[in-house]
Design a binder for this molecule. Structure first.
Ligand code: SAM
Length: 471
């Protein structure tokens, strides 16, 4: 946390009234400038920060510690946007909605440095003001300077105390602001995990996640992969390796480039493995992945069924994502089909079917810095309709005695328990207690479904329900 050391401010920052001083040559710090430009790409083009930033860094030849700082500022400011905006709003006499968006991007990077880094306040203010002057001229630079100087008056804790509702009166609103989450998402987490754990759940969701790898079964063991990459064997998945957060681009690792390993959250590995574990009577060589792009789980399931001499059919609606599945499953007994999982035109009678349905992704917000502010509650209705239809289709494609895993990367109850109870009511399938199929994983709750959590398991918040078709 920063040491704060600023004289009191005269009041809210106003745009300057006097004529601005003659422009001086400006040197905008290239590291902070790419952070501001990436926020702009996220805002204007709906870009993903983690896709927009790396090419900019490359283009500007920013590497090493500078690249690490640009990444921290960009992703951090994306994550903390709601908190940063509340502070900026309090420090300015202009409503945010009337503020020049380019100026707001720069102010977010500036206030992020003040609240959540150890960068000295004078450096954070001066470098941000330089960027505003460079991009927008002296007038707005003066305004930015006044806003930022006001923002230096309190540290993060002080701002939260000033701006968040009291925890005793509105715990969800308080924790939402403390951990920079939209209120509706904090509410969704509270509904799923309970108020007692909400603080820990949101805190873990606000932290930078470790990268996990999957060692492709039959090619390399997790121990070998850990030794090569300098990571640690994962605690729960027999195929998992955990790397340190910020350990560089995992795509550059040789085993990943060679196809022996892939980047995949340990929770994703565990839910895919849970599908393979219930004992079946009868044949067990036809598996189906109904929403397979870009192919992470198809790679793991495909490797396992290939070793057993069976086949995985992988369905994906988007052609470019189907191509990614082909690349991810090269060399495996996997047939990729472009089609709609609700009516894929495949012969029914599968032994095991995975429905890893499109969802809000509220369980993987850590990995998509801007996602929590982009997602809207209005997205949920259309998604749950599609999820229900996909699960009913999966049940129809599974043979009597076969098993379906319904999986989403979200803890939001309408997408999890709501979809599963609808399918049980309509079809009479049996829900299995999924917990025994997550061996050695602690804190799995009351079942029968499993909800993983970053703060409990160090994984994304994956949900898994196992359904068996009556024999
Ligand atoms: C959560 S992702 C699946 C992730 C994948 N299982 C993995 O591990 O890499 C959901 C996928 O379903 C696809 N999808 C969306 N609607 C679909 C539909 N009606 N039928 C089949 N796939 C669909 C999306 O394009 C997306 O690739």
């Amino acid at each position: 946390m920063n040491e704060r050391r600023r004289p009191s401010r005269p009041g809210k920052a106003r745009p300057p009234r006097r004529k601005s001083s003659p422009p001086r040559p400006v040197d905008a710090d290239p590291v902070r400038l790419v952070a501001v430009e990436t926020l702009r790409a996220v805002r204007e083009r709906d870009a993903y920060a983690n896709l927009a930033l790396p090419p900019l860094l490359k283009q500007r030849r920013i590497s090493g510690r500078d690249a690490a700082l640009a990444t921290e500022l960009t992703y951090g400011a994306c994550r903390a946007q709601g908190l940063l905006d509340a502070v900026i709003d309090d420090c300015s006499n202009r409503p945010l909605s009337e503020m020049d968006p380019k100026l707001l991007d720069a102010l977010r990077i500036g206030v992020y440095q003040l609240l959540r880094t150890r960068i000295p306040a004078h450096a954070a203010v001066a470098s941000t003001v330089d960027i505003v002057r460079f991009e927008s001229g002296s007038k707005l630079a003066g305004f930015a300077n006044a806003v930022l100087r006001s923002a230096t008056e309190l540290d993060e804790q002080g701002w939260i105390e000033k701006l968040a509702p009291a925890r005793s009166e509105d715990p969800i609103g308080h924790l939402a602001m403390r951990h920079a989450h939209p209120r509706w998402i904090a509410q969704a987490f509270a509904d799923a995990v309970g108020l007692d754990e909400l603080d820990a759940a949101l805190a873990a969701d606000d932290a930078r996640p470790a990268v996990h790898l999957t060692a492709r079964p039959g090619e390399i063991s997790a121990d070998e992969l850990a030794a090569i990459t300098g990571g640690d064997p994962a605690p729960y998945s027999p195929y998992g390796v955990r790397l340190e957060a910020g350990a560089g681009d995992p795509g550059d690792l040789e085993p990943v480039r060679e196809g022996f390993a892939s980047v995949q959250d340990e929770g994703s590995q565990l839910v895919a493995l849970a599908l393979t574990r219930p004992e079946l009577t009868g044949p067990d060589l036809r598996w189906l992945d109904l929403c397979a792009g870009p192919g992470g789980k198809a790679n793991l399931l495909g490797a396992l069924i290939t070793m057993d001499g069976g086949t995985l059919d992988a369905v994906e609606q988007a052609p470019h994502r189907a191509e990614l599945i082909r690349q991810a499953t090269e060399g495996l007994s996997v047939n990729v089909h472009v089609g709609d999982g609700r009516d894929p035109g495949l012969e029914p009678g599968y032994d095991r079917v995975l429905v890893d349905a499109p969802c809000t992704g509220l369980g993987a917000l850590r990995r998509r810095p801007e996602a929590r502010w982009r997602r809207q509650p209005s997205d949920v209705g259309d998604l749950t309709k599609l999820q229900r239809e996909l699960l009913l289709s999966a049940i129809g494609l599974t043979r009597p005695g076969g098993v379906v895993a319904y999986v989403v990367c979200s803890p939001h109850l309408p997408e999890t328990e709501g979809v599963v109870s609808d399918a049980i009511r309509r079809t009479g399938v049996t829900q299995l207690d999924a917990r025994p199929y997550f061996p050695d994983v602690p804190d799995l709750g009351d079942g029968p479904s499993v909800q993983l959590w970053p703060h409990r398991h160090g994984t994304d918040a994956m949900f898994c329900a196992l359904l068996q078709i009556p024999a």
